[in-house]
Every structure is written in structure tokens, then in C-alpha cells.
Design a protein around this ligand. Structure first.
Ligand SMILES: Cc1cc2nc3c(=O)[nH]c(=O)nc-3n(C[C@H](O)[C@H](O)[C@H](O)COP(=O)(O)OP(=O)(O)OC[C@H]3O[C@@H](n4cnc5c(N)ncnc54)[C@H](O)[C@@H]3O)c2cc1C
Length: 410
């Protein structure tokens, strides 16, 4: 019987289990997770703080997933060292696990530059795990002033989660725009106005230069008083298991389209990896849930002897703040359609005759059509692109395309 080991129980790890089981119902699967709980929807942690979901409803595949899949899940245990020659992984506590095929699905950890005086801040947090959300739940009440450093999606999700629990929530960022990695100069201001209307104070193009207890001295010279600090500046892929074992890593673990690392019988998937982005052809970390899930499934299938390929990775963000829905995808550098209002926008981007990206804000319905055009690199001169810009539906597409998409019902 083949022995599989999966390191990490997030979206990639869970999908890896499913990939293995799709081909091998018998093999022995051991999943090692550093978190005391795993198999929960990480994006749900802000909804938990908002009171929109409970601990019993956060499971990614149901509480009995590991039992159903016959997985031996070890929680609160870290994989410390990988020995690809001996095909063994050493766990915290010293135990060793042998494997025939191993997948590293170790995600990423938050990082923070060294702020002067940070050690004087008594209550400081990150916001990437359920444990972070539970700790913030304890630390914040109606008298608490929260300062969040970082106006990317993690910082803003944290702000949304805490708004009704706290006295005030301020978010600052060195970048001049909210969600500057996914939005552009037309769309960010819509989000910023919406957040401010919903009671979030934004300080953009302005960050902390020094902390002194509960006071942040800002670049602008202003000071911000706070009781709880959340650092949400960014995350860094967990690559060390593979690099320490001599495997190739860049910003993430290097994998090919089959999710194989450079080490024999070692695969990797999810936020800890870097792979090729379809619209730019560039290699990078595609740290979003759908990619983690597809990569995990692909790795698991191949670990069990399959021949799956992951070659459709695109940067994508599907998120909402206080009822404002936002979807962005691909590379957004060459606009071909722009529609901006006070409360929403639609921008489409194309290069070399194919759609490369989009930003939708407000009405995000039928975004799947744009995503599909990007992934399939459909030549825009083969469809009625003007109609697709105004009102995405399958009608402007040719009969052959509709037949493919709708399984013949055209
Ligand atoms: C607040 C928040 C909101 C988000 N919202 C969205 C969203 O709306 N849409 C979207 O697409 N994405 C969103 N994301 C990103 C998404 O959650 C990640 O892309 C996804 O969880 C990545 O899955 P993963 O399995 O690669 O890694 P993770 O989910 O990070 O899982 C990795 C696991 O491996 C464990 N681990 C690490 N090292 C070891 C080790 N040595 N031994 C054992 N275990 C180890 C970690 O503890 C962790 O449990 C959000 C993320 C956060 C934090």
C-alpha cells in the first residue's frame, strides 16, 4: 500500500487529499497540520469576527472530511525536516514519517518589517488564522481603538470584521490607494469612499514610522492613538522545508505544471509555491484560494499516478466589503473598456487580441464569462466583443463556443 504524506491542511492540502483519493482509494494518507484545527475556510475568519458565521460552520469540507477520506490527520504538529534520500519527514517531537509521495502545502506566514518601538506595543496581532481571529475577539470590545497597518485585502477584511466590535478602526498604508495590488486608479477610490462611509478611517500614502506604547507616529507627522494593533502588511511563502532539503525555490517553491518540485517524489501546491501566470507568462506566487485548490487537486492526482496539469493559473480576487462586491483578475495594464460610476466600475483589459484582465466593482454578475475568455485565450475578433463588454452573456459567442460551454444545448 502506497504511503502519502501531506504537510498543511488548508485549501491545497484538503484538495490534495481529494486528488489522491480520486485515483487511490486504499493508500495510507497522513496529513500534518501545524494549526490545532485545519480544514477551515481561511477567508471566513473575518465573517466569524463579524458574527456572520460560527465555528461549527467554518469547515471547508465538513467536520467528518478526514474520517470519510480515511486520512490520519495530525493537528498541532509541525513538519521540521525533509530527507528526500531516505524519503522521511521529521515531525516536531522527533517522530519520523516515511513516505512514497509527499506534498508540501505549507501556505505562507505573515511578515512585518521591523518598526521602531514595536516591542512597546502590548497588544499586537496578525490576521491570517482562526487563532488570530479568536485572539482579536478576546482583545477587542466597544472601547477599543484599532489600528491596522496594511490596506490590502487582509487588512481591510480585518477592518470589516472588527468595525462593529470596536470603538474605532483606522487603516493606514504606505501605498496611496486601498488594495493597490489588485485595483487601479479608477477603482480604488470607489472602494475608499465606500469604506469611509461605512465608518473605517483610512490614512493612505502614510504609514507608521515609530510606535510608543499605544501611540503611532505617522510619516505625515500625525499621531494615532490605539489600543490594539494589527499588522497586515503581507505574507511570505513557507519554502524552507524544500530549500533546506536542497530543492529549488524562488519567491515560492519552484514547481512544474504537474506540481512536482525539483526533489524526487516531492510535490508542492498552494500559497507556498510559485507558478506561471497565464496572462503575463511571468512566474509568481498566485496566493488565492481557487489556485491553491486546483494545484492541490493536481498534485494529489499525480502523486497517485495520474497525469494532471495545472496551467491555467491567473491572479484573481473575489472579495466584498460591507456589501460592495469586487472581482479582479489577470493583468490590468491595457484598458479596452472603462465604465466608472460613483459606486461601481467595469474595466476590461486586452493585449494582442485576447482579454488579459478585468476589474468589476458593484455588479460582478457573469464575471465567469470574462474569466473564461482569459483562461481560454479566446481571440476577441471571433466574438461580438462590444456586446460582451456591455452585457456579458453567451449569445455574442459563436455556435461552436456555446456548444462547448453548454454541452451542446445552444
Ligand atoms: C483573512 C483572509 C481572507 C482571504 N480571503 C480570500 C478570498 O476572499 N478569496 C481568495 O481567493 N483567497 C482569500 N484568501 C487567501 C486564501 O485563504 C489562501 O490563498 C489559501 O488559504 C491558501 O491555501 P493553502 O492551502 O495554500 O495555504 P493555507 O491555507 O495557509 O494552509 C497552510 C497550512 O499549512 C500549515 N503549515 C505550514 N507549515 C507547516 C509545517 N512545517 N508543518 C505542518 N503544517 C504547516 C499552516 O499552519 C496552515 O495551516 C484570504 C486569506 C486570508 C488570511
Amino acid at each position: 500500500m502506497k504511503e502519502y504524506v501531506i504537510i498543511g491542511g488548508g485549501a491545497a492540502g484538503v484538495s490534495c487529499v481529494e486528488g489522491i483519493r480520486s485515483r487511490d482509494p486504499e493508500g495510507k494518507i497522513t496529513l500534518v497540520s501545524a494549526e490545532p484545527v485545519s480544514n477551515y475556510g481561511r477567508p471566513l475568519i473575518s465573517y466569524y469576527l463579524e458574527g456572520k458565521t460560527g465555528l461549527d460552520r467554518m469547515s471547508w469540507r465538513g467536520a467528518d472530511f478526514y474520517e470519510r477520506m480515511r486520512v490520519d490527520a495530525l493537528h498541532g504538529v509541525r513538519a521540521e525536516r525533509l530527507d528526500p534520500e531516505a524519503r522521511r519527514v521529521t515531525l516536531s517531537g522527533g517522530a519520523e514519517l516515511p513516505y512514497d509521495a509527499l506534498c508540501v502545502c505549507a501556505g505562507s506566514d505573515p511578515f512585518s518589517p521591523r518598526f521602531e518601538g514595536i516591542e512597546t506595543v502590548e497588544k499586537r496581532f496578525s490576521f491570517t488564522t482562526l487563532a488570530d481571529a479568536l485572539a482579536l475577539e478576546q482583545a477587542v470590545d466597544g472601547d477599543t481603538r484599532v489600528l491596522i497597518v496594511g490596506a490590502g485585502f487582509i487588512g481591510l477584511k480585518c477592518a470589516e470584521g472588527l468595525r462593529d466590535r470596536a470603538k474605532s478602526v483606522t487603516v493606514c498604508d504606505l501605498a496611496p490607494r486601498a488594495m493597490s495590488a489588485s485595483l487601479d486608479g479608477d477603482s480604488s477610490p470607489i472602494l475608499e469612499r465606500h469604506l469611509e462611509k461605512c465608518g473605517i478611517r483610512l490614512m493612505l500614502g502614510n504609514t507608521v514610522t515609530r510606535f510608543d506604547g499605544g501611540t503611532a507616529l505617522m510619516q505625515s507627522g500625525d499621531t494615532v492613538g490605539f489600543d490594539v494593533l494589527v499588522i497586515a502588511i503581507g505574507v511570505r511563502p513557507n519554502t524552507s522545508l524544500v530549500s533546506d532539503a536542497g530543492g529549488a525555490v524562488g519567491r515560492g517553491i519552484t514547481v512544474n505544471e504537474k506540481m512536482e518540485t525539483s526533489l524526487p517524489r516531492v510535490w508542492a501546491a498552494g500559497d507556498c509555491t510559485e507558478s506561471r501566470e497565464l496572462t503575463t507568462g511571468e512566474t509568481g506566487v498566485l496566493a488565492i484560494l481557487p489556485n491553491a485548490s486546483m494545484q492541490g487537486r493536481c498534485a494529489g492526482t499525480n502523486m497517485a499516478g495520474g497525469d494532471a496539469v495545472f496551467d491555467k493559473g491567473i491572479r484573481m480576487n473575489s472579495i466584498g466589503f460591507f456589501g460592495l462586491h469586487i472581482m479582479s483578475a489577470g493583468s490590468c495594464t491595457d484598458p479596452v473598456f472603462t465604465q466608472v460610476t460613483e459606486t461601481g466600475c467595469k474595466k476590461l483589459f486586452a493585449r494582442d487580441g485576447v482579454l488579459t484582465g478585468f476589474i468589476l466593482m458593484g455588479d460582478v454578475s457573469r464575471a465567469g464569462i470574462y474569466t473564461s475568455l482569459i483562461r481560454e485565450r479566446t481571440p476577441l475578433d471571433t466574438i461580438d466583443f462590444d456586446a460582451v463588454c456591455r452585457e456579458p452573456s453567451l449569445l455574442p459567442f459563436g455556435r461552436a463556443y456555446r456548444a462547448k460551454k453548454l454541452g451542446g444545448a445552444v
